[in-house]
Design a protein around this ligand. Structure first.
Ligand SMILES: [Zn+2]
Ligand SMILES: [Zn+2]
Length: 257
């Protein structure tokens, strides 16, 4: 087994709250510079730029997985990860069908840029992405698992849009294997939180909205190879595999003790 370092929560310029410099080539270059082995692209309620980032990484050593960060009707953010563009786009179709009607107003919410692999604008997403879908937490878990994807509750250490803060508990019966922490200053606190149920892996991700965020927080996955099925097994801690939260420290990573 070896350690692969990944940042599984990165926004592109498609997310209205992300910087316009979050283009596919810039994200790939920054991830490589940070020393990451893999990333996931997780825009709010959309997978519109995942193919462009995957294309931008082609020929490099960076592995890119497609994903979306879905906002449920309970106002909880769930990172949804997939092994293929096809399944991510199939899930995007479901999410779009559950988005309330409404167009993005750029000067209020920000731009939602659809980009190509070279970072050129292909168009602008008209749907207002930054809002709750009508999907429940349970429906997201069910729908994503039918597409053989992985759901990770996002930034559970924060107040807003966090499973632990919105609900105050982890609903029993959900197939959760991991929870995400996304603020360095909260790593210690969330680890020592006595109310956190046992049996979940904690991963750290940057939730990058700007280039300099990428790889600031990441997770070392100790596993046999860089595949989606190994990722799943590492999150579940199967067969000696494990995940370890790490912090970027200028070109290398240090383990969060
Ligand atoms: Zn979020
Ligand atoms: Zn996010």
């Amino acid at each position: 087994m070896r350690g692969f370092i990944g940042d599984l929560h990165i926004h592109t310029a498609l997310s209205p709250c992300a910087g316009e410099q979050m283009t596919p080539p810039a994200i790939v270059a920054q991830a490589l510079k940070a020393g990451l082995d893999f990333i996931a692209v997780t825009d709010h309620n959309s997978a519109g730029n995942v193919e462009a980032v995957m294309e931008a990484a082609r020929g490099t050593i960076l592995k890119v997985w497609p994903g979306l960060e879905v906002q449920t009707k309970e106002e909880v953010h769930l990172v949804c990860l997939f092994d293929s563009v096809e399944t991510a786009l199939a899930w995007q179709d479901v999410v779009y069908r559950h988005l309330p009607p409404g167009e993005n107003i750029e000067n209020i919410w920000g731009t939602q840029l659809l980009l190509d692999a070279r970072g050129k604008e292909r168009g602008r997403e008209k749907r207002l992405l930054l809002q709750s879908t009508s999907l429940s937490i349970e429906e997201v878990f069910r729908g994503v698992s039918l597409l053989e994807g992985i759901v990770i509750p996002a930034h559970v250490d924060r107040q807003a849009y966090s499973l632990l803060n919105v609900l105050g508990f982890i609903p029993p019966g959900l197939p959760i294997t991991a929870l995400e922490v996304s603020r360095a200053e909260n790593l210690e606190r969330i680890r020592s939180r006595t109310s956190l149920p046992q049996g979940f892996s904690l991963i750290a991700s940057s939730d990058a909205h700007y280039l300099e965020d990428i790889g600031q927080l990441a997770t070392c996955f100790c596993m046999h190879e860089l595949t989606f099925s190994e990722l799943r097994l590492a999150l579940a801690g199967e067969g000696g595999r494990k995940v370890v939260m790490v912090q970027g420290a200028g070109g290398y990573f240090r383990v969060v003790e």
